[in-house]
Write a protein that binds this ligand. Structure first.
Ligand SMILES: Nc1ncnc2c1ncn2[C@@H]1O[C@H](COP(=O)(O)OP(=O)(O)O)[C@@H](O)[C@H]1O
Ligand SMILES: [Mg+2]
Length: 334
């Protein structure tokens, strides 16, 4: 999993982008994101350390990989270490390796991520979770390019560019004394702030279209796009899990989609059952298919602000059928 090529296909779940990640794949219509990508592109042409901040699922890892791939180090390895996934007692060995017999279970000498990334890039993901002890050792390795394997006497050297990633408020952690100030300044020679998806909603449609196309290939489907009604819903969605959450929503919808469009139901959105009084006089009546149809058509008509042509397209029924239903159900056309 050390090499990005391997990591890409194995460790990014449900990946939609094939091959190596490049900045073109991250194109955005949002100004903050554009600024972030521009800065990342500029950073890729330097050997400066980069600190990538932003909520979980915003694409920080992809940006880190794009930086490596655009840099002069791209022929060398890009190694990722997720600092939160490694138990504290193993982190040092993961970072710097260990000599045979260094501790129980260390049956052979093993190289650490710093050594493996020599000449290339080391991505330290979730660096906010790293202990103070590990922080001190990383500082020395970053500052002087020197380290020892656990249980080893020889001082080793590696030429590594560090990209550190976190969803934590690192400056606040520094202020509270929970993250070393000297390491913080060493890591953030260039800082990238990745905006959350709810602050770059103008990208949602394009992201979905890309995901739909990828899923079509993957699941052998022929979905053309997302319905306006489902898109409208997602445009207002909170996305606390950002692009990762959008991706899993679309992936799930694509596995159940039957037609040419993705519908709210495919997204697993509950079609609300009308309350008594809203529709008919008893719950049984409210559950009748006709009652749900009446309510649904009314919602679509309201949504299209009375545009019957649009409504019939969304409902996938003909105009005469829509007119007939409007009459039968005595629907409101704005
Ligand atoms: N611009 C994008 N286009 C398509 N998928 C994206 C994009 N940005 C991120 N993703 C996907 O969203 C998920 C989260 O991305 P990741 O880089 O791991 O986020 P983070 O490191 O911020 O948690 C991944 O599955 C990734 O492939
Ligand atoms: Mg992450």
């Amino acid at each position: 999993m050390d090499d990005f090529r391997k990591a890409d296909s194995h460790t990014i779940p449900g990946k939609f982008i094939k091959g190596l990640i490049a900045f073109e794949h991250l194109a955005s219509c949002n100004e903050d994101m554009q600024r972030c990508i521009e800065l990342a592109q500029a950073a890729s042409q330097t050997t400066a350390s980069v600190l990538i901040l932003g909520e979980s699922g915003t694409g920080k890892n992809l940006i880190a990989q794009a930086i490596h791939n655009a840099s002069t180090r791209s022929e060398f390895p890009c190694v990722t270490l997720n600092c939160s996934a490694i138990p504290e007692n193993l982190l040092e060995s993961e970072l710097f390796g260990h000599d045979r017999g260094a501790f129980t279970g260390a049956e052979r000498t093993r190289r650490g991520k710093f050594e493996l990334a020599d000449g290339g890039t080391l991505i330290l993901d979730e660096i906010g979770e790293m202990s103070q002890i590990a922080q001190a050792k990383v500082l020395r390795a970053v500052e002087y390019g020197q380290f020892e394997r656990v249980g080893g006497e020889q001082t080793l050297r590696a030429d590594v560019r560090i990209i550190a990633i976190t969803n934590r408020d690192l400056p606040a952690m520094v202020a509270e004394g929970r993250f070393r100030e000297d390491l913080f300044y060493r890591l953030n020679e260039i800082t990238l702030q990745v905006p959350p998806l709810r602050q770059r909603r103008e990208d949602i449609k394009q992201l979905i279209e890309n995901m739909v196309q990828e899923c079509n290939q993957k699941f052998n489907k022929h979905v053309e796009s997302i319905s306006q009604i489902a898109l409208d819903y997602l445009m207002r969605y909170d996305f606390t899990g950002n692009i990762r959450e959008l991706k899993s929503l679309i992936k799930r919808a694509m596995t159940v989609a039957k037609g040419e469009l993705l519908w709210l139901e495919d997204l697993g959105m509950r079609v609300e059952v009308p309350t008594e009084g809203e529709m008919g006089s008893s719950p049984e009546e409210a559950f009748a298919l006709a009652a749900i149809e009446k309510r649904h058509i009314q919602q679509v008509l309201d949504y299209t602000r009375g545009n019957k042509k649009r409504a019939s397209e969304i409902l996938q029924i003909s105009r005469p059928t829509l007119d007939r239903k409007i009459k039968i159900y005595t629907l409101r056309v704005q």
